[in-house]
Design a protein around this ligand. Structure first.
Ligand SMILES: Cc1cc2nc3c(=O)[nH]c(=O)nc-3n(C[C@H](O)[C@H](O)[C@H](O)COP(=O)(O)OP(=O)(O)OC[C@H]3O[C@@H](n4cnc5c(N)ncnc54)[C@H](O)[C@@H]3O)c2cc1C
Length: 477
C-alpha cells in the first residue's frame, strides 16, 4: 500500500499503542490517519502477559475489550509461594463493584496486537508496512506541518505525528526530547549489589501439566531469586497443550543471560528456581531435591535489563532546524517557525520494570485517552485555518492547550507507575541477610516481609487494595 502525500495524523509504529491510538481516533471521527510500521508484519512476540481492568475499560471504548477477554484467560488472583503454602496477595474479583472487568486478563502480547490490528482493518485502515520513518523537518510553506521522511525516499506531510515507535523511538530522537530515569541512572555498584538486574522470560509447555493452586499469577520468592509462573491460553503452535509464561531474575553471579536463551538455558533456571521447588516443599521434606519439571516445548524466550525512563515531555513541536543527526536543536517553544505537533505514547514515552505488568497497560491507556483530545484538536485547527495557514501564536497556544494537558496528565501517570513499580521491585528483591537495629536486634528483611504479608493478606480488603492499585482503576482513565 502506498503512502499518502498528506495526512492529518501520522502514527509511527503499529505496536499495541499505535494500533489503539488509530482506533481511538477513528472512534472520534478522525478519519484522515496513516499508520506505518518498519516490520513487514506484526512482531508476533509474546512480551506483555497481563491486561488490567482499567485498560480493559479503556479498550471497551474502542470496542476491543470483549474480543480480548474472549481470547484470554480471565484470572482473578495473584499470590506467592512461601514456606510450603500459597499466600494470595491480590483478589481481582473483589473489584466487581467498580468495573465490568474484575480480572487480570492473561494473554500474550502477540494476540493483543492481532486483535487490535483486526479491529483496525474492520474500521477500514490498513497498517502500511514495511515503512521506516527516518527523519522529519518543518514544511517550508506551512510551518504547522511536518515533512516526514521514509527509508524508501518518500515524504509524507503530516499535521500531527504520533511517536508510537517503542523504547528506542526515532520520533523522540528527532524531536530532541530527552529520555531518562526520573531518579537518575542506576550506578554499577547498585547493579552489582542488587539481587538481579536482568530478567529472562519464556513461554513453554511442560512434559506434564502442573498442578497450580489457582488460575492466576504465582511468584516463588526464594532467598536468592524470584520466579514467576502463569497459565496462558493455547497457542496455534501448541494448540492442545497447556502453555505457561515463566520468568526468572538473573542474579549477577550468572553473568549476562544470552540474547535468545536456549531451551537448555531455561531448563537450568527451571531446575534451580522453577515450579519443582513448590512441589517439593509443599508436599514433602524440603531437604529433598526439587521435583524435576521438564520443558517439552519452548515457543518464545527473551532476556531484558530492568530499568526505567520517562520522556521529558510527551508533547512538542518539531523544531524547525531539526533533522536526525543534527547536534544543534532548537527548542520548539522558543521559535515561531515550527513544524507539526509531535506526541509520544507507550514505550516511546515511558519504560519501567515489568513488576505488576504495567508497561503495555499504561501505553494502551495513553493511546485511548489521546484519541478524543487529538481528534478535537484536528477538527478545531482545520476550522481555524484559512487556505492552509493557521493564525497567530496565541491561537496556537489556545488550540494546543488540551494536548499539553493530555501530555502533562499522562506524564504524571507514568511517573506514578514508575514509582509504584520500583517499590514493588524493591519489596520482591529484599536481600536475605540479617541487619541489626541499634546494633542489638537482628532483623532479616526477607523473612520480616514474608511474615507481614502473610498476616495482612488474610484481610480481604488488603487483597482488594492490592488489586485496585495494580488494576489502574485508581486513575480516572
Ligand atoms: C522482553 C520484553 C518483555 C516485556 N514484558 C512485559 C510484560 O510482561 N508486561 C508488560 O506490561 N509489558 C511488558 N513489556 C513491555 C511491552 O512489551 C511494551 O510496553 C509494549 O510493547 C509497548 O508498546 P508500544 O506500542 O509502545 O511499542 P512497541 O511494542 O515497541 O511497538 C513499536 C513499533 O514501532 C515500530 N517502529 C519502531 N521504529 C520505527 C520507525 N522508525 N518507523 C516505523 N516503525 C517503527 C516497531 O517495528 C514496532 O512495531 C515487555 C517488553 C519487552 C521488550
Amino acid at each position: 500500500m502506498a503512502l499518502p502525500q498528506y495526512t492529518d495524523v501520522l502514527i509511527v509504529g503499529a505496536g499495541p499503542t499505535g494500533l489503539a491510538c488509530a482506533l481511538s481516533l477513528i472512534k472520534q471521527g478522525c478519519s484522515d490517519i496513516t499508520i506505518v510500521d518498519s516490520l513487514p508484519q506484526g512482531q508476533n512476540s509474546s512480551r506483555a502477559l497481563v491486561i488490567h481492568a482499567a485498560t480493559l475499560e479503556a479498550l471497551d471504548k474502542i470496542e476491543c475489550a470483549r474480543p480480548l477477554v474472549q481470547a484470554g484467560i480471565n484470572a482473578t488472583t495473584i499470590g506467592y509461594w512461601d514456606a510450603g503454602s500459597f499466600v494470595q496477595t491480590g483478589s481481582f474479583d473483589k473489584l466487581a463493584s467498580y468495573t465490568s472487568f474484575p480480572m487480570i486478563l492473561l494473554i500474550s502480547q502477540s494476540v493483543t496486537e492481532r486483535v487490535l490490528e483486526e479491529q483496525l482493518k474492520h474500521a477500514g485502515v490498513t497498517v502500511i508496512r514495511p515503512c521506516t520513518t527516518t527523519d522529519m523537518k518543518a514544511n517550508e510553506h506551512d510551518s504547522h506541518i511536518s515533512g516526514v521522511y521514509f527509508e524508501n525516499g518518500q515524504i509524507v506531510h503530516a499535521r500531527c505525528v504520533i511517536g508510537a515507535d517503542g523504547a528506542r523511538s526515532t520520533v523522540r530522537r528527532i524531536a530532541g526530547v530527552g529520555f531518562s530515569d526520573p531518579d537518575g541512572e542506576t550506578s554499577e555498584d547498585d547493579v552489582a549489589n542488587s539481587k538481579f538486574s536482568q530478567m529472562v522470560l519464556a513461554d513453554v509447555t511442560f512434559t506434564a501439566p502442573l498442578d497450580l493452586p489457582y488460575n492466576g499469577i504465582i511468584f516463588v520468592i526464594s532467598p536468592d531469586n524470584s520466579f514467576l509462573i502463569a497459565p496462558l491460553p493455547p497457542s496455534p503452535d501448541a494448540p492442545s497443550e497447556q502453555l505457561y509464561r515463566i520468568g526468572f531474575g538473573i542474579p549477577p553471579t550468572l553473568g549476562t543471560p544470552p540474547h535468545s536463551p536456549s531451551v537448555s538455558y531455561i531448563q537450568s533456571l527451571v531446575d534451580a528456581w522453577g515450579p519443582g521447588r513448590m512441589h517439593t516443599a509443599a508436599t514433602s521434606s524440603s531437604s529433598l531435591s526439587p521435583h524435576k519439571v521438564t520443558i517439552a516445548k519452548m515457543l518464545w524466550a527473551t532476556r531484558f535489563r530492568i530499568h526505567s525512563a520517562v520522556a521529558d515531555t510527551f508533547f512538542t513541536h518539531l523544531p524547525l532546524t531539526s533533522r536526525a543527526g543534527d547536534d544543534a536543536r532548537v527548542d520548539g517553544a522558543d521559535t515561531e517557525a515550527r513544524g507539526g505537533i509531535i506526541l509520544l505514547v507507550g514505550d516511546a514515552a515511558h519504560i519501567h520494570p515489568p513488576a505488576g505488568g504495567q508497561g503495555m497497560n499504561l501505553g494502551l491507556r495513553d493511546a485511548v485517552a489521546l484519541g478524543p483530545v487529538l481528534a478535537a484538536y484536528v477538527k478545531r485547527v482545520k476550522a481555524s485555518t484559512s487556505h492552509g495557514q493557521v493564525n497567530t501564536a496565541t491561537d496556537d497556544s489556545d488550540l494546543e492547550r488540551s494536548l499539553r494537558d493530555w501530555a502533562a496528565t499522562r506524564r504524571g501517570r507514568a511517573l506514578a507507575v514508575i514509582r509504584m513499580v520500583k517499590i514493588l521491585l524493591r519489596a520482591v528483591t529484599l536481600p536475605d541477610k540479617t541487619s541489626w537495629i541499634l546494633g542489638i536486634i537482628p532483623v532479616n528483611l526477607h523473612t520480616l516481609r514474608n511474615l507481614i504479608m502473610r498476616i495482612i493478606t488474610r484481610l480481604g480488603w488488603v487483597r482488594m487494595m492490592i488489586a485496585w492499585r495494580l488494576s489502574g482503576l485508581g486513575f480516572i482513565d
